[in-house]
Design a protein around this ligand. Structure first.
Ligand code: BDR
Ligand code: CA
Length: 317
């Protein structure tokens, strides 16, 4: 089978690292490159973490650094520590120093320029898998409108039909850059939104995390330990029995669409300043009579997704 060309955009990040783990094991996927963006940590740290994780996982592709802040949002001062410390001060659960210094270097090109180069040269349409604020993707669409036709689809982790995680109705990736999300959502490119409605169903219990250690050698041990604090947060704040594998879902669905059920709805991004700014307003009953524009993951199969992680880990035994 011909491989699916994919561009990844990440803010590594604990669950982004798990998405990279899955990517490292997708034989049907050809990763053309990876762009990084601010989000879980500063842009410098997420780029550095991405290089480290790629090398650790044996992913050898160009990596380029992208946006440091949202399009209209002020730059976040990460040095002061975040209100809710989800991914640790280093973005890798405070154990990133266990990984060796990466030999892999960042591209001299900016994220969007490298994306443009790789996407324009690709003989097939490219799928974008984004698991971070959508800033790089929006800048790419604005800077290279002629390349939109070379994008097959945009699969993104972000948003929620119901609820939120940084504000009552706002999910982090969208809330960090609502204007960028609006540009992406309003583009004519087919889109699938993997929001909290589906991703929150995909947790890994502490017992299952320990199995990662047994199965996956150094990689399994690192990933298991990196999730300690993250798992504790989900257990105490969300009352879940474990850590949530948000960012793995889009890549998993790309190679096996049975892992999540998707349904098409009209979706808009709330841009009015206030508590709901960044909400992915999903018209599930089509009250406004608008055209559907986004496929939305409405449920996901936790055990199936987990098995894909375990399968990916076996090669590191
Ligand atoms: C999303 O925000 C980040 O914390 C995670 O990496 C994930 O992409 C979940 O809301
Ligand atoms: Ca992420």
């Amino acid at each position: 089978m011909a491989k699916i060309p994919v561009w990844m955009d990440v803010d590594t990040g604990l669950d982004d690292a798990l998405a990279l783990l899955l990517a490292s094991n997708c034989k049907d996927v050809d990763i053309l490159g990876i762009s990084t963006v601010f989000g879980n940590q500063s842009s410098d740290k997420t780029a550095y973490n991405t290089l480290k994780m790629c090398e650790f996982l044996g992913i050898s592709v160009p990596v380029a650094v992208g946006a440091r802040k949202g399009l209209l949002e002020p730059e976040i001062d990460y040095s002061k520590g975040l209100e809710m410390d989800v991914h640790g001060a280093d973005g890798l659960g405070n154990i990133g120093e266990r990984l060796p210094e990466p030999k892999l270097k960042l591209s001299d090109l900016t994220a969007v320029d490298l994306m443009a180069e790789k996407i324009s040269k690709c003989h097939k349409k490219v799928t974008i898998v984004a698991t971070a604020p959508l800033t790089n993707i929006a800048i790419f669409l604005l800077s290279y409108p002629e390349l939109a036709e070379k994008v097959e689809q945009i699969l993104f982790m972000g948003g929620a039909m119901y609820g939120g995680n940084i504000k009552p109705t706002v999910e982090a990736n969208i809330g960090h850059d609502p204007e960028a999300a609006a540009i992406v959502i309003n583009s004519p490119i087919p889109k699938v939104m993997f929001g909290l409605d589906a991703t929150m169903q995909c947790f890994i219990t502490d017992e299952e995390r320990n199995q990662m250690k047994e199965i996956g050698g150094n990689v399994g041990a690192f990933l298991c330990d990196s999730l300690d604090h993250y798992a504790m947060l989900y257990q105490t704040i969300a009352g879940l029995p474990g850590a949530v594998l948000h960012d793995s879902l889009p890549m998993a669905w790309l190679v096996d669409p049975t892992v999540a059920e998707v349904k098409e709805f009209p979706v808009e991004i709330e841009l009015t300043n206030g508590i709901t700014k960044g909400c992915t307003v999903t018209d599930v009953w089509n009250r406004e009579g608008k055209k559907t524009n986004v496929k939305v993951a409405i449920s996901a199969k936790r055990e199936q997704l987990l098995k894909m992680h375990f399968d990916a880990l076996t090669k590191f035994a």
